[in-house]
Design a protein around this ligand. Structure first.
Ligand SMILES: Cc1cc2nc3c(=O)[nH]c(=O)nc-3n(C[C@H](O)[C@H](O)[C@H](O)COP(=O)(O)OP(=O)(O)OC[C@H]3O[C@@H](n4cnc5c(N)ncnc54)[C@H](O)[C@@H]3O)c2cc1C
Length: 658
């Protein structure tokens, strides 16, 4: 097809040249798919190992992904010199706190090397210490190193960092190392040896989101860093300002394409009720709360009465400083601030201080009067400045919309309080929501790609890092696993032969990718991507929400298959941007199908997986304490399992791969 400029597309004038069907080829030792936090670190890791690296990113690498706008908490850096807990003990605690359903391999890599990654960040120009002595003398500061800590000030394994410019610095480092960054490529599929699913992965395909040009990436090793599924139960681009916690362009493309290629997945049955899925929620960390970024802010009621805090034993904390210390008899705590009303099934052993759990009842009884407020004015000076300054200033999605906007509007943390919308159906950070308001990948650890100690999937040549791999989360995790996998993939690539990409597989993918362009009115077309996304959400809300049983899940499967057969052919796109959106929703459909298959396969309920099977009501029976795996095998789904801790010894496995 020919190149045009200022093309009239439908009723619109498209400002970029249209190049549908034209093919651009790229060749490298390692190709990184997704230029978020894990992606840029993976590219750096592979380039430092001497590999020729290409990185393809759907949006713009400078700020893309969940961590593109910033990070304020550098989690679980047990390798930092002030940590009172070692990597092995912390990794095991994090796993135990999730009932075993957390990835031991990547969690150990995180605990053992997050601080090393941070030191590299510092060499790239990132601020990781309080060099300006803004918080001199504060209880969360180590005076010798000037490092700042969060949550548990005794244990000191979570650092406070100035991460709002880290992504820019990482991109600069990629460029310095010669990584070829190609922005605005939505990767659509994986190329396999001989074009067969289940064989070695030797490349990928993608479309340019401005021109529609087809891009072909041939490589000896492929690293997927495309985050996780979102928009499976709810999606609204109209009802609220921030439609998903992570960027709405993270939809699980990596999950869908690896599924089509025959890779194995696990934990796909986990989904949870979450305010992040509510169309009525406010921007995260933008309203009064006492969680994460705002830990451990005073919360007061409409009359200025302070809401008490309790420790893991339920004892009221009378001394303010004790909100940042483990309780009597507790060695350390993990996070804190959690919820007054939204129970998390974590272990009491590691529970952090939180607001009284019976606040709702005590409000009903008249003891507290809504609305409630986050009261920075009554906080110690260093705590107020670190929340409204460092944390809100460096956290993802808050620097401009919250700190800057509120400050310009006159908000003064020394005088003003910020209203919370808890109990007002405003879906505060932890407010209970309806069973249908669920998320898969917006919050917590979730399902993903099965990987081994090389972070290689069950398909040779296909690696993963960051939020995309099963049972993992966090910015520092993405950095540590990206840095690690880049090295492992480069070593793998070094030993590989040159492969020929299968022409039939490429042609099939081009047909699939461009199909929505041909679905005009005459073809029964006209359904846009938002309508299809809404229809898919409705199926998941009705048949794969809180109560599950075989009958409901069969209906979910039937409806998803029906939509795939009868509605998808009507999906229409009339410019490259909408083509990307349409392809995203097709991948959401694939992710939904993966979720339903996994839900059918787990025949037991589980607290930690937020999984409620009416036909198998027993909670966490020991025989089901294992990972359920799924893999596409032709037209069938192969169900398997892994023992709950398949990773063996942490240290020897890790050390032997450095
Ligand atoms: C508001 C907010 C605050 C957070 N704060 C913290 C914090 O303080 N501490 C912490 O530890 N964690 C935090 N997190 C989580 C953290 O940001 C993520 O865990 C981390 O970014 C995961 O890195 P990743 O590379 O796996 O995914 P991402 O950084 O999201 O990157 C995924 C990348 O893949 C790209 N992509 C997706 N699909 C395609 C495709 N088809 N083709 C090409 N590219 C594609 C995306 O555009 C994106 O650039 C926060 C998250 C949010 C949303």
């Amino acid at each position: 097809m020919s190149e045009t400029t200022e093309t009239a597309v439908g009723a619109e004038v498209w400002p970029y040249p249209i190049r549908y069907g034209q093919v651009k080829r790229h060749e490298s030792d390692v190709v990184v798919l997704g230029g978020g936090i894990a992606g840029v670190w993976a590219a750096i890791g592979a380039a430092r190992q001497g590999a020729k690296v290409v990185l393809a990113e759907k949006t713009v690498t400078a700020r893309s992904g969940a961590g593109g706008a910033g990070v304020d908490h550098w989690q679980w850096a047990a390798d930092n010199p002030c940590s009172r807990v070692g990597p092995e003990e912390l990794a095991q605690a994090l796993i135990d706190n999730q009932g075993g359903y957390r990835n031991g391999i990547s969690t150990y890599i995180q605990c053992a090397s997050a601080y090393q990654a941070l030191l590299e960040m510092e060499q790239m120009g990132g601020k990781v210490r309080d060099v300006d002595d803004e918080f001199k003398g504060a209880p969360f500061r180590d005076e010798a190193s000037k490092l700042l800590f969060a949550y548990d000030y005794d244990a000191r394994f979570v650092l406070r960092v100035w991460g709002s410019n880290y992504k820019l610095l990482l991109r600069k480092e990629c460029r310095r190392l010669g990584v070829k960054i190609i922005d605005r490529i939505s990767v659509t599929g994986l190329l396999t040896r001989d074009g067969r699913p289940g064989s070695q992965v030797i490349g990928a395909t993608g479309v340019n989101t401005r021109t529609g040009e087809f891009n072909l990436f041939k490589a000896r090793a492929v690293i997927m860093c495309m985050s996780r599924p979102q928009r499976n139960w709810t999606f609204s681009s109209e009802l609220r300002g921030i439609t998903t916690f992570r960027p709405p362009t993270n939809v699980g493309n990596g999950h869908a394409m690896a599924w089509r290629a025959g890779a194995e997945f696990t934990m796909m049955e986990k989904s949870m009720r979450s305010p992040f899925a509510s169309p009525y929620s406010y921007p995260s960390y933008g309203v009064g709360n006492a969680i994460n970024t705002w830990f451990a802010c005073n919360i007061v009621d409409a009359n200025g009465k302070e809401v008490p805090w309790v420790d893991c034993n339920g004892e009221v904390i009378s001394n303010f400083d004790d909100r940042y210390r483990p309780a009597e008899g507790q060695k350390f705590f993990i996070m804190g601030g959690g919820s007054s009303s939204h129970p998390h099934p974590g272990l009491k052993e590691y529970a952090g201080p939180k607001l009284i759990p019976d606040l709702a009842e005590r409000m009903q009884n008249g003891e507290f009067t809504p609305p409630f407020y986050a009261d920075l004015t009554s906080m110690p000076d260093h705590e107020r400045r670190v929340i409204w300054g460092l944390n809100v200033g460096e956290e993802g999605k808050t620097r401009v919309p919250v700190l800057q906007t509120y400050s310009q509007a006159g908000f003064d943390p020394e005088q003003d309080m910020l209203q919370t919308y808890d109990f007002l159906r405003g879906s505060g950070m932890r407010e209970p929501v309806s069973p249908q308001e669920r998320t898969f990948g917006e919050q917590g650890v979730c399902g993903g790609l099965v990987v081994d100690w090389d972070l290689m999937s069950t398909l040779p040549g296909l690696f993963g890092a960051g939020d995309l791999i099963y049972g993992s989360q966090d910015h520092s995790h993405a950095a540590a696993t990206g840095r690690y996998v880049g090295r492992r993939a480069a070593i793998f690539a070094d030993g590989q032969q040159d492969e020929h990409c299968d022409d039939g597989q490429i042609a099939d993918e081009m047909t699939r990718v461009y199909a929505p362009l041909g679905n005009g009115e005459g073809n029964g077309g006209g359904m846009d991507w938002k309508e299809l996304n809404a229809a898919l959400c409705r199926v998941m809300q009705n048949y794969c929400a809180e109560p599950k049983n075989a009958e409901l899940l069969d209906l979910a499967e039937m409806w998803l298959d029906d939509i795939a057969e009868t509605e998808v052919p009507k999906l229409v796109a009339d410019n490259p941007h909408k083509l990307m959106r349409a392809l995203d929703v097709l991948d959401i459909l694939t992710c939904d199908q993966m979720i339903v298959h996994a839900c059918k396969a787990r025949k037991a309920s589980s607290t930690h997986l937020h999984f409620n099977r009416l036909d198998y009501p027993e909670l966490d029976p020991p025989v089901w304490h294992k990972w359920i795996t799924i893999r596409r095998d032709g037209d069938q789904v192969a169900v398997g399992e892994m023992p709950i801790a398949p990773w063996g010894d942490f240290e020897s496995n890790y050390q032997s791969r450095l």
